[in-house]
Design a protein around this ligand. Sequence first.
Ligand code: SME
Length: 170
Amino acid sequence: MAEGVQFSKTASREQVYSEIAPQIEALIAGESDVVANLANVAAVLKEAFGFFWVGFYIAKNGELVLGPFQGPLACTRIAFDKGVCGHAYTTRKTVLVPNVEEFPGHIACSSGSRSEIVVPIISGNKVFGVLDVDSDLLNDFGDPDQTGLEGIVKIIERSIRSHTNSERIE
Ligand code: SME
């Protein structure tokens, strides 16, 4: 296994996403356990971008349950119709929130979070869960993050699809 992820420390986010995507693909290729893979993806994103909070919520028994993450303690359970995560879950679309205080129903797991982006992870015809990234800066996410994170989620979706023995989670 790779010792660590390599990326240009001074490059634009767009460039860093393009550098880390193939490394994430290689990192998770040989592992069928989805939680193990999500844990490493959270670690890579934290290392590459220093995000305030980055992690996953997994759809389980009718709600979103906290999965692997990096950052401060977070809420453990989110209803499918609540918060930014629930919105991404129900609409099956990326939700970009420049100012969390202006998003009706935003769930403040940490008072440090100012902006947020959530990308749904689709498996078959179900939403497996969401990738959630929080920043302590206002308006910190834009198109390069949406494109970059959606690309990384595609890699995760392919990995989930290819491992028939992956944990099956509703
Ligand atoms: N803010 C999210 C909750 C999860 S935390 O940010 C880690 C939301 O509104 O769904």
